[in-house]
Design a protein around this ligand. Structure first.
Ligand code: KG4
Ligand code: ZN
Length: 337
């Protein structure tokens, strides 16, 4: 290995994260969240970039302390280049550039989506390829075939909202804080998933759509609250359980379809929504039924984190990818295609 200690920095959205990887082990994985967005029902980009600025140095210091290493022991720096919010990405990227110059160590830009896939290898360094990965986050929902550590093929994607967005927007309609996924999951625990029916989008092939289910929820809530002002508070658990089940059923159906078409050896899940217990459970069951290996990462590696940036950076650095200091952040382009 050419680079045995890698510092990873992630700041694409509303989490400021720094991790340290050494010879295949994660020594520190620190994430500072941003409570400030809760009351707005979504991430406010300007507030996010300001919060990154105040969190980045303390998070870096905490990572070094946790890993018990000095900054000059770092051999290379990996940083999220995109996709994400421009103002947020700039904080992480410029910190990485500053460290790279000050320490005279190389820096590598990492694609955030590739990093969510690389997160799978933290606890499973030698998976059986090909992997079918369901990547479900706040910004993306994709089915990806991974042939080896470097080759990925996009099989299907959402045509509109991401699955995480469907959770977040529903939470806003229900008066729950941001990010909505964990709150909907919590309320769903005591609810009846068959209490209400929400229609799923009929999108051909392996593409998906989540904007219809959110609109269906909106109209349903308007109709019911016209009849009973307290409908949401009276039925919150049942609404959350039914809505959660509809989204997860749809994701599982599309995953089944992809298994039928591509015959992977391993089924895996990545991205923030993969923290959802029902989804984890159903994916595990699906893998067992189809006699596939299954990779379900620990929670800390599912949502945005910097350990996955170290991991993705490690593969890029070892493959000799060029390391330029003049790289720019990108907000939308999606090199997984
Ligand atoms: O990957 P991630 O941390 O950030 C992005 O790159 O988007 O994903 C965040 C998304 C949010 O939409 C959040 O509501 C969702 O993941 N999420 C969940 C759960 N935990 C986080 N969705 C459903 N159930 C959860 N337990
Ligand atoms: Zn993410």
């Amino acid at each position: 290995m050419r680079y045995s200690t890698i510092l990873g920095i992630e700041s694409s959205c509303d989490d400021t994260a720094v991790a340290i990887w050494q010879n295949g082990k994660i020594l520190a994985n620190i994430t500072a969240g941003q409570e400030i967005h809760r009351e707005y029902g979504g991430v406010v980009p300007e507030l996010a970039s300001r919060a990154h600025q105040s969190h980045i140095i303390p998070t870096l210091e905490m990572a070094l302390q946790t890993a018990k290493i000095a900054i000059n022991e770092v051999d290379a720096i990996a940083v999220t280049q995109g996709p994400g919010l421009m103002g947020s990405l700039l904080v992480g990227l410029n910190t990485a550039k500053g460290l790279s110059i000050a320490l005279n160590k190389p820096m590598i830009g990492v694609n955030h989506l590739q990093a969510h896939i690389a997160a799978l290898y933290i606890e499973n360094p030698t998976p059986v390829f090909p992997l079918l990965v369901l990547l479900v986050s706040g910004g993306h929902t994709q089915l990806i075939l991974v042939s080896n550590y470097e080759e990925t093929k996009l099989l299907g994607t959402t045509l509109d909202d991401a699955a995480g967005e469907a959770f977040d927007k529903a939470a806003k309609l229900l008066g729950l804080p941001y990010p909505g996924g964990p709150f909907i999951e919590k309320w769903a625990e005591s609810g009846n998933p068959d209490a209400f029916a929400f229609p799923k989008a009929s999108v051909p092939g392996l593409n998906m759509s989540f904007s219809g289910i959110k609109t269906a929820l909106l109209y349903f809530l308007q109709r019911e609250t016209n009849k009973n002002q307290n409908f949401i508070t009276d039925n919150l658990s049942d609404i959350c359980a039914s809505y959660q089940q509809s989204i997860i059923r749809y994701l599982i159906e599309k995953t089944q379809k992809a298994i039928n078409e591509y015959g992977p050896a391993t089924l895996a899940i990545a991205g923030g929504v993969s923290a959802n217990k029902l989804l984890r459970h159903q994916l595990q069951e699906l893998a067992e039924n189809r006699k596939l290996q299954c990779i379900i990462p620990s929670f800390e590696y599912c949502t945005d984190n910097a350990a996955m940036i170290c991991m993705a950076g490690h593969f890029l650095l070892e493959s000799g990818k060029n390391m330029r200091l003049d790289i720019l952040p990108f907000s939308k382009s999606n090199p997984i295609h």
